[in-house]
Design a protein around this ligand. Structure first.
Ligand code: CDP
Ligand code: CDP
Length: 214
């Protein structure tokens, strides 16, 4: 099979990871959760400071990520998410992670990547681009349910404030801000079940495959 890239972007807890995993399984594509890259860098950054980090040092941390860094089981915490969003605004960090993501996207057999800048920067030529959204309260409720199910003590207002702060930083930064690519399909999951959201994504991809692979 040839190359086929699905780019899935959107704000925090919009459902892009869930949709990406289902798409990867349905079509046999490889999946890269690019948020994990930034979370792993953010976690390393926290070992130095929870304030601003020297940009070259941050870039260096990103350039030396290992498989083990990405497999750590504590990347999904709220402090790591905020640290990820801070290092993600540093151009040296994004530059260090660019090649790996671009190569992943064009691998043989198809790939789905989810993040913030996949359709705009990493893969502007992706065969299918989705921009997944949901209103912020719904997203906060989903993330809150996830965090509490995993034993994290928090409350809905804190989760909502964290989400809003991160979305604001992600959308307003100069380097690869969160925004839909002009040719992205918008998928609002506020009123959708997971199955319905996945079905919409699968339908779009099947339609594109039907038009012929490159
Ligand atoms: O990857 P992202 O942060 O965008 O979100 P996710 O991890 O895919 O989804 C966040 C949570 O919302 C998960 O627990 C999903 O099961 C849930 N979800 C949902 O309830 N309804 C949807 N339509 C999509 C996701
Ligand atoms: O799962 P959730 O949407 O909450 O977060 P994530 O996808 O794991 O991303 C964590 C942080 O990494 C985001 O808030 C962004 O600041 C950053 N990120 C990015 O800048 N570009 C990407 N392609 C993916 C994540």
């Amino acid at each position: 099979m040839t190359r086929f890239t699905v780019a899935i972007d959107g704000p925090a807890a919009s459902g892009k990871g869930t949709i990406s995993r289902a798409v990867a399984e349905t079509f046999g594509f490889a999946h890269l959760d690019t948020g994990l890259l930034y979370r792993a860098v953010g976690k390393k950054a926290l070992t130095f400071t929870d304030g601003p980090l020297d940009p070259d040092l941050a870039g260096n941390l990103a350039a030396h990520l290992t498989e083990a860094d990405l497999a750590a089981d504590d990347l999904r915490t709220a402090p790591v998410a905020q640290a990820a969003s801070r290092v993600a605004a540093i151009p040296q960090v994004r530059a260090a992670l660019l090649d790996f993501q671009k190569r992943f996207a064009r691998r043989e057999g198809g790939a789905v990547l989810d993040g913030r800048d996949i359709g705009t920067v990493i893969c502007p030529d992706a065969e299918v681009k989705l921009f997944v959204t949901a209103n912020d309260r719904t997203r906060a409720e989903r993330r809150f349910a996830e965090l509490t199910a995993n034993g994290h003590e928090t409350d809905l207002d804190t989760v909502l404030a964290d989400l809003r702060a991160r979305d604001k930083r992600d959308a307003s930064r100069d380097a690869a801000p969160l925004k839909p690519a002009p040719d992205a399909h918008l998928l609002d999951t506020t009123e959708l079940s997971i199955d319905a959201a996945v079905a919409e994504a699968v339908t779009k991809i099947k339609k594109r495959i039907g038009q012929g692979r490159d």
